[in-house]
Every structure is written in C-alpha cells, then in structure tokens.
Design a protein around this ligand. Sequence first.
Ligand code: PRP
Ligand code: ZN
Ligand code: MG
Length: 222
Amino acid sequence: MKSRDRLRIAMQKSGRLTEPAQDLLARCGLKFRQSRDKLFCFGEGEPVDLLLVRDDDIPGLIAEGVCDLGIVGRNVLREFQLTNGTGSELSELRPLGFGHCRLSIALPQEDAYSEPSQLHGQRIATSYPGLLGEWLRAHGVDARVVMLAGSVEIAPRLGTADAICDLVSSGATLVANQLREAAVVVESEAVLAGRAELPLDERGEIAELLLRRLDGVIQVRD
Ligand code: PRP
Ligand code: ZN
Ligand code: MG
C-alpha cells in the first residue's frame, strides 16, 4: 500500500454518531472541506482527513490500514475484535461520552424474564453474533444464534426467532415491536478506535497531538 503522510479518520456517514462526532472534531480544532462525492473531507488546517463510511466498516478499514483512527460505537468495535483475526490489532483508545446505548437481549412483552438459563434452547436473532455468543458462554446458556443484518426487532413477530439481541437507545423500537428488555450484554457509547500502537512516523505524531486535544476537550466537558 502507498504510504500516506496525512492522518485519516473514519466516521459514520449518516446516523446517530455523525453530528456529535463532527462537533467533537471541530472542538479539537479540525476543519474540513467536503469533496463532491461527500465521502471524503480534506482537512484544511492540520494534515488530517475524514472518511465518511458505514459505521460497521470502520474497524475493518483501520485494521487494513486504510485509515488510522475511527469514531465508532464500542459495540461495533468489540464485535469486530471478537469475530475477526485482525481484531486483536485494534483497541479502544478513548471513550467519547456520546452515543450512549446498550446491546440488550429482549423478549416478547408477554414473556416474563427472570434469569439467563431461560434462554436455553431458544433462537436469538442478532447482528452481533460475537458479543451475544460471548455473553451466552459466560452465562452457560446453549441458545441458537440467528444472524440478521438489520430489522432484528421484527424477527419474533415473524416467528424466525424467540428473542433478539440488539441496540437499545431510547427503547422506542422495542416498544413499537412489543418487546421488553431482559438483559444488558454490553454498555456502549462512541469511542475512538485505532491500532493499539500508533505509527512511529509523522502520522503517529499528528495522532498524539489529536489525542491530547481530545483529552482537553473531554475534560472541559465533564
Ligand atoms: C438502532 C438499533 C435499533 C434502534 C434502537 O438502529 O439497531 O434498531 O437503533 O434505538 P431506540 O431504542 O432509540 O429505538 P439504527 O437504525 O440507529 O442503526 P443501524 O441501521 O446501524 O442498525
Ligand atoms: Zn450500523
Ligand atoms: Mg437498527
């Protein structure tokens, strides 16, 4: 791969993390000019560019070296770490204090829930097989994981699953689908992801500068 001298940060193109992530970078003193395709933003002051992508693609882009840092949900990062061979190269560099949500197991409203063992033998639909699998093993539950890329909440009504494991923020989607939250699998928020070791070149220096500014911004806000 061609070496780059500019730092590249990936973030969600459009979604709940987009605006707060842009705000945060602005407060770190970064200014960007959007390209015509709106997928790449050129940094005007510091040598830092922005890549606007699907959130689920961010850990892979960092692992492949396409970008250096990413602003992504902890849930997406940890799922990648659990399900990809290159995942161990990545780490959560900073929690960012926005985009709070949780990855939870939810059941149809009419099903009472008291303990994990109840899920034994059940089919659980999720887009997070790694995180759900880890929780099931930790609780000694033998359940069947049904993989769905989206609209997971509809699975129980369709009869393709008995329960789900998906993100809950306001809880509105659960209510709309007559589901109730039963157990929290992961507490999530937006995080800064990157390789565990920063590059030892110019990019590494820019990344370090950015981390220092970020720590200042986060401290002021707390
Ligand atoms: C997420 C998540 C739930 C929903 C929960 O989907 O997958 O479906 O939000 O939010 P609520 O509790 O406030 O209703 P979203 O459409 O934001 O992202 P995705 O397309 O990446 O799944
Ligand atoms: Zn997504
Ligand atoms: Mg969704």
